[in-house]
Design a protein around this ligand. Structure first.
Ligand SMILES: Cc1cc2nc3c(=O)[nH]c(=O)nc-3n(C[C@H](O)[C@H](O)[C@H](O)COP(=O)(O)OP(=O)(O)OC[C@H]3O[C@@H](n4cnc5c(N)ncnc54)[C@H](O)[C@@H]3O)c2cc1C
Length: 343
């Protein structure tokens, strides 16, 4: 089959890789230079975890998680740093209870730790006595830049063609290709009125050496963090930031969110007056329910988008799903949780 893919973020690159490995003739179109930093897929780290408060996504991760190990073997490179994850919050919080129930029902290894027991995993973390953490060893982080390049290189070795620096139009491409896949991330609303909003998400590094697992605080702002790198500890905020037009190239971090990062560093890790370094912002495309959206723009044009701030970890899995749609082995209509149509 002759396939065109619009958008070279994690979803487009992984769909391209799967289709190339299956012997198809694939061209990947990217409006900017490859591996640019104006979308959602670039950066030094993304959390990859089996555990979700929503059991549906925990079940998806049962398939998606091992794909990272398969990818490491295929590209002969270490991508997933499996340092475990602490998800912490009030012991009665609905998210904590749902997370534990889902993990139990799906047989995902986990432990519920008291605030004192949590110290053994992350000594610097300060929890209140009424807080607990859920520890999942099958979790960690991937270097997003490295993973994108590794997948792209493998796809290129399998015949992938690339067109960059020019906007592509899926409908024009459909005239000359058997299938078109649109993975345009925040720009998806240019092609279909999907119910998604694009926001600017802020993260920064604090000057602190904190090793151990990745962590997520169960709270309104949902701060999360990674083990320290030479730049310090990266802390981000999951709560949706200001709504933006992805066409506006400004990616200035939000002052409000930088102050939440400072406050989290001092409240949770005792870092007084933290200095923030390398503060940046990038795009989330989110739906009201935090679900991904997939569907068709025409019988032979498929799309996936709105990966709602949690799509990187499922990138290889979304790519495979899109490849299955292209080969008619599967169909977006069969995935009711993701399926979107305006008809
Ligand atoms: C700060 C931040 C932290 C995150 N943390 C995590 C995390 O810890 N774990 C996790 O799993 N997920 C995380 N995510 C979410 C995850 O990174 C995204 O869900 C994922 O990268 C989305 O990938 P995508 O391929 O759908 O979109 P994108 O990466 O945005 O790619 C879309 C591409 O399409 C291109 N494009 C658009 N229109 C056209 C056109 N007409 N022609 C050609 N090209 C076009 C764009 O230029 C872009 O390159 C995070 C996101 C951000 C921003």
């Amino acid at each position: 089959m002759k396939v065109a893919i619009v958008g070279a973020g994690i979803c487009g690159i992984s769909a391209a890789l799967t289709l190339c490995q299956r012997g198809h003739e694939v061209t990947l179109h990217e409006q900017f230079e490859l591996f640019h930093d104006l979308g959602s897929s670039h950066g030094a780290s993304r959390i990859v975890r089996r555990a979700y408060p929503d059991a549906f996504y925990t079940a998806c991760m049962a398939e998606a998680y091992p794909m990272w190990h398969d990818l490491e073997v295929a590209v002969n490179q270490k991508l997933l740093h499996e340092c475990g994850l602490l998800y912490f919050g009030d012991r009665d919080s609905e998210n904590i209870l749902c997370l534990a129930d889902g993990l139990r029902s799906l047989n995902v290894p986990f432990e519920v730790l008291s605030s004192a027991q949590t110290k053994a995993k992350l000594p610097e973390l300060r929890l209140h006595p009424n807080e607990v953490s859920i520890w999942t060893p099958q979790a960690g982080w991937v270097d997003a830049n490295l993973a994108n390049r590794a997948m792209f290189d493998l796809a290129s070795a399998n015949g992938l063609e690339i067109q960059q620096g020019m906007k592509a139009d899926p409908y024009s491409l459909a005239k000359h290709h058997d299938v078109v896949i649109v993975t345009a991330g925040a720009w998806m609303t240019k092609f279909a009125p999907i119910p998604a909003q694009v926001t600017l998400q802020t993260f920064a590094y604090i000057d602190a050496k904190i090793d151990g697992p990745v962590w997520i605080e169960d709270s309104y702002d949902q701060p999360y963090g990674f083990p320290s790198s030479p730049e310090g500890q990266k802390i981000g905020i999951h709560r949706a930031g200001p709504v933006v037009d992805p066409g506006n190239p400004s990616r200035n971090p939000s002052e409000e969110y930088l102050s939440i990062i400072r406050e989290t560093a001092s409240r949770r890790f005792g870092v007084e007056n933290p200095t923030l370094k390398h503060a940046k912002a990038c795009l989330y495309t989110t739906t009201r329910t935090d679900d991904f959206l997939m569907g068709r723009l025409a019988p032979n044009i498929f799309f996936a988008s709105a990966c709602s701030g949690h799509g990187f970890k499922m990138g290889p899995w979304i790519g495979r799903l899109l490849a299955d749609f292209a080969e008619a082995k599967d169909a977006p209509e069969k995935h009711s949780r993701f399926y979107w149509t305006d008809i």
